[in-house]
Ligand binder design. Structure first.
Ligand SMILES: Nc1ncnc2c1ncn2[C@@H]1O[C@H](COP(=O)(O)OP(=O)(O)O)[C@@H](O)[C@H]1O
Ligand SMILES: Cc1ncc(COP(=O)(O)OP(=O)(O)O)c(N)n1
Length: 506
């Protein structure tokens, strides 16, 4: 028996360039939405290493192009040679070329360097209507087309290259795509961006049998936005990158089209310029959570429940002293039962803790719950007429905590236990403050209880519990963070229900 490079049971894909080295030969857009600036972002966002040789400088923003400067072609050639003499170029994207001299120089270089993948975006006129290619250079550009593997004209460019009127419907656009592909002997990416309607399709067209069929269509929804500056540049450089990574044009467009669609959808967050703004190339990048960020999110999520708690009869009557003895006793008895369950859950947090400091913190919390429970029985419940039966809210709350503890996620468990620290400490401070402001009378029937709320040790433990939960969120995956928020919000709701339970069940 021999060991084979291929698995007999699993068809391994051929190894391709994991991070392709992609060169953009294009003009500069100082506003960053199109040209080489867009290409470099697009290449990086699609998993490539980007390089750029600048053909022309434009004076441009989101409102249009006001000037173009084409540097000497000798200097362009030096840049191209500097790259190909040193670096293996896995794919090239060609964009704005400016004039015929630049086109000839790029053509000569392509003939010598022979990069494996060449995508040509035949940039002629910007969406703003400004010329990016001298009229006299159109013939030279047509002659360059056969040197590309993929050509990506928009509909006005497709018409111009064929010398035909611009297509106004998708079927005619595809027919034009076929004619151009046949004439150039390569693949044409026909783009539906300039059509009207709710859809925005694209299609790969090749009449030479290279694709799975002559026309491979990719449906897409039109995004309602003005921010389409540089979509053509971004698409062509993304295609060059994805082709080098994935091996064929169809696989490439299958990943690039949804990426571009999302970049258009998310473009609003960038707020760049007063005209046609850029797309959001890095929409998939989530910013790393900073210390304190998750605590803020939890605090925001707790606001509705805190407001509800402050509005409860139980809290207002506890504050004023008008709370019935029966309701207060019910609350104390359920608190004692709850603390016993809560203690077990904190012991589980201690067992899951990643380090000794946190292990000790939760173990101390667990022990403290049992001490407070026995204190409740010794000092507050003895002599009171209470049933000691498990109430429905207490049961539901403890069941929720046990479920979080059974999830096996330390972070989710902490998010579930935190409201009992945080909301209780907040409510306690408010009640204590109100009691002091009202004169801290010894005559208040719940004076002894209200005084216990000012416990600084508990406030300190709460701050520590928030810090630990916040740090656990930083280490958690996005899905785990979502589960944390869910667990936290549910416990907040139970905190409200717990304070309201004496009214309903007491
Ligand atoms: N409003 C839009 N919604 C969704 N996709 C769009 C939109 N505008 C353009 N696209 C996509 O952007 C890419 C570039 O299209 P197009 O606008 O036709 O080219 P260019 O930017 O070269 O003028 C294509 O994949 C097209 O489908
Ligand atoms: C420097 C530069 N190159 C190309 C373009 C055209 O960009 P494109 O992606 O074709 O689309 P619009 O920006 O015209 O919508 C450009 N503007 N600048």
């Amino acid at each position: 028996m021999t060991v084979s490079a291929q698995s007999a049971v699993y068809p391994l894909k051929a190894v391709r360039r994991p991070i392709p080295r992609v060169l953009s030969i294009a003009g500069s857009d100082p506003s960053g939405g199109a040209g080489i600036q867009a290409d470099l972002k697009s290449i990086a966002a699609n998993g490539g290493y980007g390089m750029a040789v600048i053909t022309a400088l434009t004076v441009q923003n989101t409102q249009g192009v006001t000037a173009v400067h084409v540097p000497p072609v000798e200097f362009l050639r030096q840049q191209l040679d500097a790259i190909s003499d040193d670096i293996t170029v896995d794919a090239v994207k060609i964009g704005m070329l400016g004039d015929a001299a630049v086109i000839h120089e790029v053509r000569r270089w392509l003939g010598e360097a022979r990069p494996a993948v060449v995508v040509l975006d035949p940039v002629m006129i910007a969406t703003s209507g400004d010329r990016l290619l001298a009229e006299s250079a159109e013939t030279a550009l047509r002659e360059l087309l056969p040197l590309a593997d993929l050509v990506t004209p928009n509909l006005p460019e497709l018409a111009m290259l064929l010398g035909e009127p611009e297509a106004t419907d998708w079927a005619s656009a595809l027919e034009q795509g076929k004619r151009l592909a046949a004439a150039c002997g390569n693949t044409v990416l026909v783009k539906g961006g300039h059509l009207q309607g709710a859809g925005c399709p694209d299609a790969l067209v090749n009449t030479g049998g290279v694709l799975s069929q002559d026309v491979v269509e990719f449906a897409g929804r039109r995004v309602e936005t003005r921010n389409s500056h540089g979509t053509g540049c971004s698409l062509s450089s993304a295609m060059a990158t994805a082709k080098a990574r994935l091996g064929d044009w169809e696989s490439a467009l299958r990943v690039v089209k949804p990426w571009l669609q999302e970049a258009l959808i998310q473009s609003e967050v960038l707020e760049v310029g007063k005209g046609n703004g850029p797309i959001h190339h890095f929409h998939a990048l989530r910013h790393a959570l900073q210390p304190g960020d998750f605590a803020v999110r939890m605090w925001d999520a707790a606001q509705t429940e805190l407001a509800a708690i402050y509005g409860l009869d139980f809290i207002q009557h506890l504050q004023s002293g008008g709370l019935s003895e029966a309701q207060f006793s019910y609350y104390l008895s359920q608190d004692a039962i709850y603390l016993n369950g809560y203690s077990r859950v904190l012991a589980r947090a201690s067992a899951l803790a990643p380090n000794e400091t946190e292990q000790l913190f939760w173990a101390r919390g667990s022990q403290m719950c049992l001490e407070v429970e026995s204190e409740l029985h010794r000092n507050w419940l003895s002599g009171r007429q209470v049933s000691g039966e498990l109430g429905p809210v207490t049961k539901a709350y403890v069941d929720h905590l046990l479920a979080a503890s059974a999830s096996g996620s330390y972070a989710v468990l902490l998010a579930a236990v935190l409201p009992c620290y945080w909301l209780y400490a907040e409510v306690g401070q408010q009640l204590h403050h109100g009691y002091l402001q009202a004169g801290a009378s010894d005559e208040h029937p719940y004076a002894d209880w209200l005084r216990t709320y000012a416990d600084e040790a508990f406030a300190e433990a709460t701050r520590k519990a928030i810090d630990i939960t916040d740090a656990a969120a930083q280490a958690a995956s996005p899905a785990e963070r979502a589960a944390m928020m869910e667990a936290f919000a549910q416990s907040c709701r139970y905190e409200t229900a717990f304070f309201d339970a004496p009214r309903l069940h007491g």
